[in-house]
Design a protein around this ligand. Structure first.
Ligand code: NAD
Length: 485
């Protein structure tokens, strides 16, 4: 892979070729750990989006007609190409996002290739239903939709980008995809890998740009049949409003304000270790991170002391340093947002137990957007701090007296993405998990992901599900054919 020489200007990938748009408005791409401008991104206009849609439309005829095994072959080839470039992709991911390099190597890039492999297998296993009656047989075709749009966020850039693209392609669609303008590079590099392996041109078109211009041009393009979106609830609501008049199919994976419900009978040490991980992995910038820790009264003090002790041990610093558990926040804008949320928590009467301020790293990273892991107590469920998504290394502690109050507190949120429940009592685990208003519940674990399971949230956390057959169903249209004999 040609290593991008900084400062670079990345291209779109349309019809299998890099497309430079010399007249485009550009956005600087800034390494948030060093604040160095590493490159710039063209903002694709509606005309560029249309070019990508036409390329995808042309490719649809042959791609959708391929046997599933051949589509699977190409997805596996892409997975192999990603694995072969693991080091350079991980470095690009870390440079764009500020996340520790070890995390990009361990999670982000391996998961991107797993996404392609998983859906390559799904393509060959996807089956549809048949129903026989006394005089009829019904069978249901699952036909690809055509050209679909995939839009992804900055927190797990290649991981979430491929999580959408892979099922769309596996089901026989062709794709126009846009990564976040904050983390564009690995998506661009994926285009290079497609070129290297001779991936069928036009099947996957990768365009760069912002939300209002490029994103909305994808969303509203009349020849794009469905939108798969992951990002903020604010943007999801805007997209839903744009799509309503055209009745276009969509799936929205949005924000979260996830609770950890911690009972006194939990296996204490494992719970503490995992709750620190669920709170602060990727600087708290994972939609599944826990941000509201609900703790049973009788162990509240013990929990707080042990939790703070572990949080103190989280080393922050240069994402390239293997010892850094925490890297930089993704951008100055996001750093300012997180800082303001913490100021608000103090205004609302929260007690700062640890953190609550910028971390000044050393060397190249001295100006970087690092924020200390922050723990706040003393805020009720209705405060803005406990209602609004912060999406950074900030958690609050609240107490509960019994199971009923625990469930009430956990559900006292406009969001409903994920929750964790910590208890040794099996019946209680089932009861509480069933009562929680979320799309995902982990009992005595966090972020264990079986890619076959439905993934997504309720309430303001979204509409629709990704993962396994859910994704294959989203990217196909069922057509029932009834034959009388
Ligand atoms: P964002 O909504 O600002 O942007 C996400 C993507 O949408 C970007 O590519 C952006 O350019 C594009 N976009 C923005 N406005 C748009 C519009 N009007 N039309 C079309 N596209 C538009 O979100 P972000 O700040 O990049 O990501 C963080 C958010 O994503 C958080 O709220 C987080 O919880 C959420 N998230 C959710 C999940 C999930 O699976 N539920 C996963 C990861 C992140």
């Amino acid at each position: 892979m040609s290593t991008l020489q900084s400062p670079y200007r990345i291209s779109h990938w349309i019809g299998g070729l890099p497309v430079e748009d010399k007249n485009a408005v550009v956005i600087p791409n800034i390494n948030p750990a060093t604040t160095v401008v590493v490159g710039e991104i063209p903002v694709a206009s509606a005309a560029v989006v249309d070019e990508a849609v036409q390329a995808a439309k042309n490719a649809f005829v042959s791609w959708s007609a391929l046997p599933a095994e051949t589509r699977a072959y190409w997805l596996n080839r892409l997975a192999d190409a990603i694995d072969a470039e693991m080091e350079s992709l991980a470095l690009a991911e870390t440079t764009d996002s500020g996340k520790p390099l070890w995390l990009s190597k361990k999670v982000d890039i391996p998961r991107a290739s797993s996404n392609f492999r998983f859906f390559a297998a799904a393509a060959t296993q996807f089956a549809s239903e048949s129903h026989s009656g006394p005089n009829t047989i019904d069978y249901t075709l699952r036909q690809p939709l055509g050209v679909v749009g995939c839009i992804s966020p900055w927190n797990l850039p290649l991981y979430l980008f491929t999580w959408k693209i892979a099922p769309a392609l596996a089901a026989g669609n062709t794709v126009v995809a846009k990564p976040s303008e904050v983390t564009p590079t690995t998506a661009y590099l994926l285009g290079e890998l497609m070129k290297r392996i001779g991936f069928p041109p036009g099947v996957l078109n990768i365009i760069q740009g912002d939300g209002p211009t490029t994103g909305e041009s994808i969303v509203t393009h009349p020849e794009i049949k469905a939108i798969s979106f992951t990002g903020s609830t604010r943007a999801g609501q805007r997209i839903a409003s744009l799509l309503a008049p055209g009745l276009k199919k969509y799936s929205l994976e949005l924000g979260g304000k996830n609770a950890a419900v911690i009972f006194a009978d939990a296996e204490f040490d494992a719970m503490i270790t995992e709750t620190v991980r669920s709170s602060f992995t990727n600087q708290g910038e994972i939609c599944l991170c826990t941000s509201r820790l609900l703790i049973e009264d009788s162990i509240y003090d013990r929990f707080r002391d042990a939790f703070l002790e572990k949080v103190k041990q989280l080393t922050i610093g240069d994402p390239l340093d293997e010892k850094s558990k925490q890297g930089a926040l993704v951008s100055q804008t996001h750093f300012e947002k997180v800082s303001q949320c913490v100021e608000l928590a103090v205004e609302e009467g929260g007690r700062m137990l640890i953190g609550g301020e910028r971390f000044t790293a050393t060397g190249n990273c001295s100006g970087g957007f690092f924020y200390k892991p922050t723990v706040i107590e003393g805020l009720g469920p209705d405060t803005r701090t406990n209602q609004e998504e912060i999406f950074g290394p900030v958690v609050t502690l609240q107490r509960f007296k019994d199971e009923k109050e625990a469930i009430e507190l956990a559900n006292a949120s406009g969001y409903g993405l994920a929750a964790t429940v910590w208890t040794s009592e099996l019946k209680k685990a089932h009861r509480v998990a069933t009562a929680l208003q979320t799309g995902i519940v982990w009992v005595n674990s966090w972020l264990y992901r079986d890619l076959r399971t439905p993934f997504g949230g309720v309430k303001n956390s979204g509409i629709g599900r990704e993962g396994g057959w859910e994704a294959m169903r989203f990217f196909t249209e069922p057509k029932n054919i009834s034959i009388r004999f």
